[in-house]
Write a protein that binds this ligand. Structure first.
Ligand code: HAM
Length: 413
């Protein structure tokens, strides 16, 4: 037997998935976001230029291949770069461009609970808006979605502020000095990160490294006056909007395109892979060849992780019940055609119907009707065929009733 590819999953019940997509679609309409779709296949260069040469995603996690024509193509590892590409390529003039999309992303990571190699994200971007008020509105929008629409309680919003390029350069050089002094005490990976992309050291899961970084220079201590004022405005505005957050100075995010605010929503209930939404402010257009920069903010929700989290509060959610299902049971082959005609009429009238056509006994078909959750069973035998009736059994009460074939729709409406 051929098994599925490691790190992928078969989702056999999409009720919760569809519930979340319905909710976010309605929620984002209230904030004037439009739904878009971009391709799963993109040029590899798109991600190399935008996510950063030294990021984990680009150095080791991308699914890339070369086409016969020699193009280097990959399965998208995230959606932001593709969205900005679409913005530039389609010459969108109406801004801020507020868009969202959802779909599969691919990263060759080590699979574990909450981490897959193929996973779904709900991605949202506001392209070309530089106001810090936009940042706060965006966070309020997300917080409201999780707390009100999805009734989630057990989560935290962590934020940090990465300032401008100069702030980061100043911070990085101070950080390097600090880590250099302690270089004998940190792990091999951190030693490499220190040289190649020092902010990544904060992602280290090693406890002894984390202890050292606790007292490391913080980016928010190296902000220029403009950045400092933005950072203060953000905190004040979030307080006014009653958005609870904690300042986590080690939150730097795994992709290089961020500046300004960065954030993550996480929950202890998820275990090691605890972030179910992450994002921040970024500038990507110039890196992708645009003459002009378009300051933007966005985020992605990890749909799989959100589903794991929602399973803990599922009884609080108003997930709509599936439509009433009616099973039609012809007693013998001679009633098959009549069963199909009746099923067709009922389906035309928007009822959910399953016709049990196999050669099994009535007893075993009744058992099956029960198993598939039929609320009613419609039995058609020789007698019913002759009299233009059907026998309808209510599976809950066990009562049966003979109904004229012309009156079945009325019976169910
Ligand atoms: P990210 O933090 O790489 O950001 O991913 C966002 C979310 O996707 C994570 O918080 C997590 O819930 C989920 N996720 C990431 N990798 C995996 C995986 N291997 N398995 C399951 N879930 C995963 C981005 O992707 C940015 N593009 C977000 C963004 C949009 N920033 C600005 N705009």
């Amino acid at each position: 037997m051929i098994a599925r590819v490691r790190g992928t999953e078969d989702i056999l019940d999409l009720k919760l998935h569809n519930f979340i997509i319905d909710k976010i679609r309605k929620h984002l309409q209230r904030y004037n976001f439009s739904e878009i779709q971009t391709p799963i296949l993109e040029k590899t260069e798109l991600f190399v230029r935008s996510l950063g040469q030294e990021t984990d995603v680009v150095t080791k996690e991308m699914y890339t291949f070369e086409t016969e024509g020699g193009d280097k193509i990959c399965l998208r590892p995230e959606a932001t770069a593709g969205t900005v590409r679409a913005f530039l390529e389609n010459k969108i003039e109406q801004t801020p461009w507020k868009v969202w999309s959802y779909g599969s992303m691919f990263r060759h990571e080590r699979p574990q609970k909450g981490r897959w190699r193929q996973f779904s994200q709900i991605n949202m971007e506001v392209i070309n808006s530089s106001s810090v008020s936009e940042d706060c509105l965006f966070l309020k929008m997300l917080d409201r979605f999780f707390s009100k629409d999805l009734s989630l309680e057990n989560y935290v919003l962590k934020i940090n502020f990465l300032g401008c390029l100069d702030d980061r350069e100043k911070h990085k050089s101070e950080l390097k000095k600090y880590v250099d002094v302690q270089k004998d005490k940190i792990c091999e990976t951190c030693l490499v990160r220190k040289e190649k992309n020092i902010l990544r050291i904060f992602d280290c899961k090693n406890e002894s490294c984390q202890k050292i970084y606790k007292d490391a220079p913080k980016i928010t201590d190296y902000l220029c006056s403009e950045s400092e004022s933005e950072w203060n405005q953000i905190q004040e505005c979030l307080d006014l909007l009653s958005v609870n957050y904690i300042h986590d100075f080690s939150l730097v995010r795994g992709l290089d395109y961020y500046n300004g605010i960065v954030f993550e929503f996480s929950s202890r209930d998820l275990g090691a892979q605890n972030a179910f939404c992450g994002g921040g402010r970024y500038e990507l257009a110039k890196a992708l060849g645009s003459k002009k920069e378009y300051p933007s903010i966005g985020c992605a929700i990890g749909l799989g992780r959100l589903m794991l989290l929602l399973e803990t509060v599922i009884e609080k959610l108003d997930i709509p019940n599936e439509k009433k299902l009616v099973a039609i049971i012809p007693m013998a082959k001679e009633q098959n055609l009549l069963s199909l005609l009746i099923a067709d009429k009922l389906q035309f009238n928007e009822l959910s119907i399953d016709v049990l056509l196999d050669d099994a006994s009535i007893k075993s078909k009744m058992r099956r009707a029960n198993k598939i959750g039929a609320s009613h069973v419609l039995i058609i035998g020789e007698e019913e065929q002759k009299n233009n009736t059907v026998s309808i059994k209510d599976m809950k009460t066990g009562e049966s009733q003979s109904v004229k074939q012309g009156d079945i729709v009325k019976y169910f409406k």
